[in-house]
Design a binder for this molecule. Structure first.
Ligand code: FEO
Ligand code: CA
Ligand code: CA
Ligand code: CA
Length: 602
């Protein structure tokens, strides 16, 4: 591996070797600790974590399960509010004696409380010497839990439409809970965007729906069959499509949360469309228009952007609260510039030396105070917002290899699109390789760079090229932006992306298909070291790395679903991380830093 002093600014560390340890590993000279774990009390009235005696009321005052996205908002010098979402639950390893065929009401209610969001104050060592260490603050004035039963409100044109009216909410506006929140982003007006992803898994009995149009809409969102995996429908009929066909349309949105107002009701922003949202990351265009880039994480699904009608105004929270309700939603269509016969699915570069080309943003729907105007033939504006995938199908958007996190490099304006994998590319009757998704049975995923025309996020055309084709660097189908492949860390299944203060890209992985643990990687995107992927951290076996946040002094990651393995149960745990002994595994937030006070990667 590369010597630490031969690296881009901010990436001077000795890479961690791939491993299969039941531990978090960080480079030499760094240390790490668990900042907060599933079940940790956020309020002094919450019970201490006791896996043998869990209650829903306790869980609602404790840190939730399966932390995914995280970010920090600074309150004052080294005091922050940290936001974390809780994507889903692993009941079989959470609960003693869990019977998946017949969960108890208490177990189901604990799972509802373990889903959702956490807002928690954290502090550094502001009075000591500079340190990356962080500590959570129990009873911080901003601490908050939001769960699968907290009140959320739909916002934008879909409010009051027939597609979102239910027996419990005939107005079609007030939704209980948020589900399956995956990644997210923060806005220049200090709010948090968190993304409802695989919401389909909570809804039962799609087979009871007889209307063929409705059935097809459900199918397109992965809804079919009878009982749900978690059987929530046994305790709340809103999860039974046979009884409440519209509840499902109230999930699959980008949610905007004000972490500075614990009394605020979060908004589900319907103008941004409904799909399996991985994340939304906002970038300001010319004259402070807001652009939100978004991926739909499914094999052969699409990349989107939303452009606001109005401009962001500093110090005008009331105005900024309307930005994501008015604007136009677009979907991406990519074209390659090499002959189709040169894209053979092997990952071999075409004769022009690059997987690259042009693209356009196709308008789908424009939202404003009067409603939603469709740009898609045969669909109303409201239908485009609620059944956005079918709008993308209608305009022949480019079918991608699972678009995950999408984020703009704040230093250059280049957008990075993580495509995690697609084992079905080119198999059977599935779409074959194209220049944008050039590998058949793409097991390790890739990363695309996209530059809007004129470096203007409002542009309707763009150029693009592939930055990384992930995998073992010894595998000839991999590509590391042309960097010497003997000098890079293996990387597989890119999921979440972020940037450090120097403009380096950091990538966390989910589902490493190289047989070792997932982790976090830094890579220079410009200059002499462009493409030098370096592994900074590994997470315990069977966990996924997500969240990532990289500042001058610390690196934060979420360690999600440790111990998730087939055959694992509460009584037969596959992992005892982080508490050791015979303990249950606990999804956790980890912070890494240098005890000597030197900045990350310097
Ligand atoms: Fe929840 Fe697309 O990862
Ligand atoms: Ca995840
Ligand atoms: Ca080309
Ligand atoms: Ca993810």
């Amino acid at each position: 591996s590369a010597a630490p002093n031969r690296a881009a600014r901010g990436l001077a560390f000795t890479p961690v070797a791939p491993n299969s340890e039941h531990a978090v590993t960080v480079p030499e000279g760094y240390t790490s600790k668990v900042l907060v774990r599933w079940g940790d009390p956020l309020f002094s009235d919450a019970p201490e974590f006791d896996p043998e005696n869990q209650t829903a009321a306790g869980q609602a005052r404790q840190f939730g399960y399966n932390n995914d996205h995280l970010d920090l908002f600074e309150i004052r010098r080294d005091e922050h509010v940290m936001v974390i979402n809780h994507e889903y639950t692993n009941e079989e390893i959470m609960f003693p004696g869990y019977d998946p065929a017949a969960p108890t009401q208490e177990q189901v209610e604990i799972a509802w409380a373990a889903h959702g969001l956490t807002v928690v104050g954290v502090t550094g060592a502001a009075r000591g010497r500079p340190s990356g260490e962080l500590t959570t603050v129990v009873d911080h004035r901003l601490n908050r839990r939001l769960t699968a039963t907290t009140e959320f409100r739909l916002s934008g044109p879909v409010v009051g439409s027939d597609y979102v009216k239910t027996a419990a909410d005939p107005r079609g506006r007030d939704v209980l809970g948020t589900l399956n929140n995956c990644a997210g982003g923060i806005t220049p007006w200090n709010t948090w965007l968190t993304a409802e992803e695989n919401f389909n898994q909570y809804f039962a009995n799609a087979d009871a729906v007889t209307d063929p149009v409705v059935r097809e809409r459900l199918r397109r969102y992965g809804l079919g069959g009878g009982a749900s995996q978690r059987k929530w429908e046994a305790y709340d009929s809103r999860f039974d499509l046979g009884q409440e066909p519209n509840e499902v349309n109230r999930f699959g949105w980008i949610v905007e949360v004000d972490p500075f107002d614990p009394e605020s009701t979060p908004r589900k922003r319907t103008a941004l469309g409904r799909f399996k949202h991985e994340a939304a990351n906002v970038h300001l265009g010319q004259h402070n228009h807001v652009v939100a880039y978004m991926g739909d994480d499914e094999r052969f699904d699409y990349l989107y952007k939303f452009v606001s009608r109005d401009q962001f105004r500093r110090n005008d929270p009331e105005h900024n609260d309307t930005l994501l309700d008015n604007g136009t939603l677009y979907v991406a269509r990519f074209t390659g510039n090499s002959p189709a016969e040169e894209i053979d699915g092997s990952g071999t570069l075409p004769s022009d030396g690059a997987f690259d080309g042009a693209g356009e943003w196709i308008p789908l729907v424009t939202s404003d105070e009067r409603g939603a105007t469709s740009h898609v033939e045969g669909m109303t504006g409201i239908e485009v917002l609620v059944f956005t995938r079918q709008a993308g199908d209608a305009v022949q958007a480019t079918k991608m290899d699972r678009p995950e996190d999408v984020e703009t490099n704040p230093l250059t304006g280049v957008l990075y699109v993580a495509l995690t994998n697609n084992s079905n590319r080119g198999t059977g009757t599935n779409p074959g390789p194209d220049e944008t998704n050039p590998r058949s049975t793409n097991r390790h995923g890739h990363v695309i760079e996209l530059l809007e025309t004129g470096n203007d996020p409002l542009a309707l055309a763009f150029g693009w090229r592939i930055f990384l084709l992930c995998g073992d660097p010894n595998d000839p189908s991999t590509y590391f932006a042309g960097y010497d492949k003997s000098q890079v860390s293996p990387i597989s299944c890119p999921d979440n992306v972020t940037f450090d203060p120097y403009g380096n890209l950091w990538i966390s992985t989910d589902g490493n298909a190289l047989g070792t643990n997932d982790g976090l990687f830094g890579v220079a995107v410009d200059g002499e070291y462009r493409g030098q992927v370096k592994q900074f951290l590994t997470v315990p076996t069977s966990a996924e790395t997500c969240g990532p946040k990289v500042t001058e002094t610390r690196v934060l990651v979420c360690v999600q679903h440790p111990g998730e393995a087939s055959g694992a149960s509460f009584e037969n745990q596959f992992s005892h991380w982080p508490d050791g002994g015979t303990s249950v595994p606990r999804p956790s937030v980890v912070v890494a830093w240098r005890p000597d006070g030197i900045r990350i990667g310097r």
